[in-house]
Design a protein. Sequence first.
Length: 457
Amino acid sequence: MTPPDEKNTAGGTEKTQGPSAADQSSKDPKGFVSDVEQAVRRRFSKRDIILMAVSLFFALLVWLYVLNMENPYREKVVREVPITLAGESAMESTRNLMLLGGSEALSEGVTVTLNVPFRQFSEINAASVNVQVNLSGITSAGTFTLPVQATVSSGYSDVSVVSVSPSQVEVQVELIEERELPVELELTGTLPEGYWADTADLTPSTVVVSGAATELSKIDRAVATLDLDGLTGSVHRSLSVKLYDAEGNEVDYSQFSGTMPYVVCQMEVLPTKTVPVDYASAIYGADELAEGYELESVTVLPEETVTLAGEQSVLDGIESVSVAAIDIGGMSESYIAEDIEFLLPEGVVLTGSSSYRLYIKINEEQISRTFYDVPIEVRNLGSGLHAELSIDAGRVMLSGGRSAVNSLSARDVELFVDASGLAAGEHEVSVQCSYGELSDTLTALFWPGTLTLTITD
């Protein structure tokens, strides 16, 4: 309340009552607040504030004492603690048993509740706790429910385990079996232009994988991969072998016992050069063919050049490649020499197509024979008409195989003109030639090509 006003009067000091709270509120809205502040100041004197500070100080001392001397316990929950396996290697080595799915089968973390001294509360985490499942008691294949045990790392002897969740896990154990798989080499990338890679040699060529039968059955292929990009020299390299299922998905090797297998890959990588095939020097006996026959041509199949691979210094001295000798003496028909042998310098190999052939075309000797004074006939002259030719006889030269040409006699060769449909008068007509059944195998040149045919009634 606002203190009463004082007035000096003749009789002494007169106290007058101050305005009422209602009047003060209406006249001064902040006046009531001021009264409260003054009342608080009167209640909490300087002495009281000092006492409160001293009390707070002693309370803090007591709290620090409790923390440092008494060190009270609190519960702490640690989540996602990984499970480790005990006795797994002994189970595999001595009892030939394996946990199905390996340690991945217990990959889900465990929640552990601990009783922790306050001073170590912030230090404890998942790395401070060891969670273990012991497999040493398993002696046969089957499904087992095992307890989950938790301990605290050394250095935290005052920390104790309150509970573990889950407290048990179910595991499936199978007999260990073996499966031998051939290793496939998968080449990726591309060799630089002008280089060639030989067939790779893998050592060993197979790998043996040990594990549970259920997991082994998932394997479809064992593959080692070699990248060809940038290779300009021979390869001698260890390659890890990866396992794949039938859909091409990689199978995790941690599900099997032992370390991931590997193979040693050896492969030659050499520069290349393309040169022509020198086959002419390989053919001999051409002048000793059967009588009346001759060599017409020789063709290299599939192409007349080959690509070689070898050391660059050797390739630089090669301009062509010779073929092993082929004797055609006494032959009377065409011949195909299969899988011809190339004469290559030491250390040089043939790339590309490994099968080359020589097509040796042998034909009967070609001759020509001329028949003179061959009479020219008029054929198909109309009834009652008479014909006169400006040239009565001609000559014919026939060319072809010796036997065919020599089989003909003069009476087999005919020259004639066709008078079909021609009426009386002079006509310029073409001369035609016939030489029997050999018309398709021989060619003919004859004279005259045309002449004048005069027809009279």
